[in-house]
Design a binder for this molecule. Structure first.
Ligand SMILES: O=C(O)C1=C[C@@H](OP(=O)(O)O)[C@@H](O)[C@H](O)C1
Ligand SMILES: C=C(OP(=O)(O)O)C(=O)O
Length: 429
């Protein structure tokens, strides 16, 4: 098992670019494969999660070339996939498994999805349930709650579905099934989750109706290939934003970051905490808003975080915990029970790790209360096999007294290859 140790940084400085957006990278492969014609993707994230999706489509007969800079997908249209001869391995990726479940439910063939031990423990009924209502035939462990999932594709009918959780994976799985369903598919969610599927489907020429509280699409629409420039992932940029905010004298420019409003909860939260973050050079790229982010060290203060901002920052909570640990006062997080069913229970994992760094965290069923400690102690932290926990604790280590070691850091390759080198590069000692 690989571990990594960081020392306190004097300051954090640099002009950096982080890897491509994970959500958009997954979708570029999926929708590019289902479109008619050739889709060229630049800025694709070569992290394990997005590569698991890429390999799954290759296994279903799609030719996908990678020359090291551009990914070229030779799309075969909505009905061009063929039966995979083996189990499709989604690795650690919930997005691959849940979106593929929706897509595979509408195919004329049989398939099986599996993943690593973390993914096989995550809830799948949230997609299996509504897909079954559309006519899908899916079997899984624990009554269809856990992978492996066996999917006998077939005829689907559009439904109206109100999701109890704000989840882009649920919404996108049903939209992918909806492409194959007879009639229209309508999905309502409590708060708007990330809308990359909607934007990319429109980019490929499909008609999707987005309205207050939901989205609707009609089955059978053909998708036309269109090139995609993937912006840098704001969820990856978040680690460097917090690093610059918590280390005195820091200034970082993070270039070409996706700032889709359904993803910018992290900016709203950090700014409410008093962060100095400026958006520069705002522009649009393949239907997605993009900007450069300039971040300067700031004295942060505690806030309350709940409601609609939670799904817009869902993957950033581990690193938000680190910001809160160095803020003045007690930060309260509510409405975030989803954090308990990610790669690990992210509330319990951060509470355990930050306690070792001398920070008081009280867990609640749907969130936590974090009381700023003024300074952090170096510690021996655990990743729990979760990339975002590992990266968050390494960022915390830049502002801690003494060394911080994080064990089991291989998982970082899931979403952020090159993270350790970039962190070492920006930390001035
Ligand atoms: O659709 C997506 O690309 C994602 C949606 C979110 O999951 P949920 O839909 O479970 O909230 C997020 O946590 C995940 O990292 C990526
Ligand atoms: C939750 C995450 O991803 P997924 O659900 O795709 O595994 C994540 O990247 O933080």
């Amino acid at each position: 098992m690989q571990s990594f140790t960081v020392q306190c940084a004097k300051t954090v400085r640099g002009d950096i670019t982080v890897p491509g957006d994970k959500s958009i990278s997954h979708r570029s492969i999926m929708f590019g494969s289902l479109a008619t014609g050739t889709t060229k993707v630049t800025g694709f994230l070569r992290g394990e999660d997005a590569l698991a999706t890429l390999e799954a489509f290759r296994a279903m007969g799609i030719q996908i070339d990678d020359d090291g800079s551009t990914i070229t997908i030779h799309g075969k249209g909505l009905h061009g996939l063929s039966e995979p001869s083996d189990v499709l391995d989604c690795g650690n990726s919930g997005t691959s498994m849940r979106l593929l479940t929706g897509l595979l439910a509408g195919q004329g063939f049989f398939s099986v999805l599996t993943g690593d031990k973390y993914l096989r423990a995550r809830p799948m009924k949230r997609v299996v349930g509504p897909l079954t209502k559309m006519g899908a035939r899916i079997l899984g462990r624990d009554g269809g709650e856990k992978a492996p999932l066996a999917i006998q594709g077939g005829k689907l009918t559009g439904i109206e579905y109100t999701s109890p959780v704000s989840s882009a994976q649920v919404k996108s799985a049903l939209m992918l099934a909806g492409l194959y369903a007879e009639g229209t598919t309508t999905i309502y969610e409590p708060h708007l989750s990330r809308d990359h599927s909607e934007r990319m489907l429109r980019h490929f020429g499909a008609h999707i109706e987005s309205f207050e509280g939901g989205v609707r699409l009609t089955g059978g629409v053909d998708l036309k290939a269109a090139d995609i420039a993937v912006p840098a992932d704001i969820s990856s940029a978040a680690f460097f934003m917090v690093a610059a905010l918590i280390v005195p004298g820091s200034e970082l420019l993070i270039r070409n970051v996706g700032v889709n409003p359904t993803r910018t909860g992290i900016l709203d939260i950090l700014k409410a905490m008093g962060a100095d973050i400026a958006l520069e050079n705002e522009r649009e790229q393949s239907g997605e808003p993009v900007a450069d982010l300039r971040v300067r060290h700031s004295q942060l203060k505690a806030i309350e975080i709940s409601g609609e901002v939670v799904p817009r920052a869902i993957d950033e909570f581990p690193v938000i915990c680190v910001a809160a640990a160095l803020a003045e006062g007690t930060t309260r997080v509510k409405d975030a029970a989803e954090l308990r069913v990610k790669e690990t229970d992210r509330i319990a994992a951060m509470a355990k790790n930050l306690a070792k760094a001398g920070v008081g965290i009280v867990e609640t069923p749907d969130g936590m209360e974090i009381t700023g400690a003024g300074k952090l102690a170096g510690c021996q932290a655990e990743s729990f096999g979760d990339h975002r926990i590992a990266m968050s604790m390494l960022v915390a280590g830049l502002a801690a007294g003494g060394a911080t070691t994080v064990d089991d850091t291989e998982c970082i390759a899931t979403s952020f290859p090159g993270f350790l080198d970039l962190l070492t590069e920006v930390a001035v000692r």
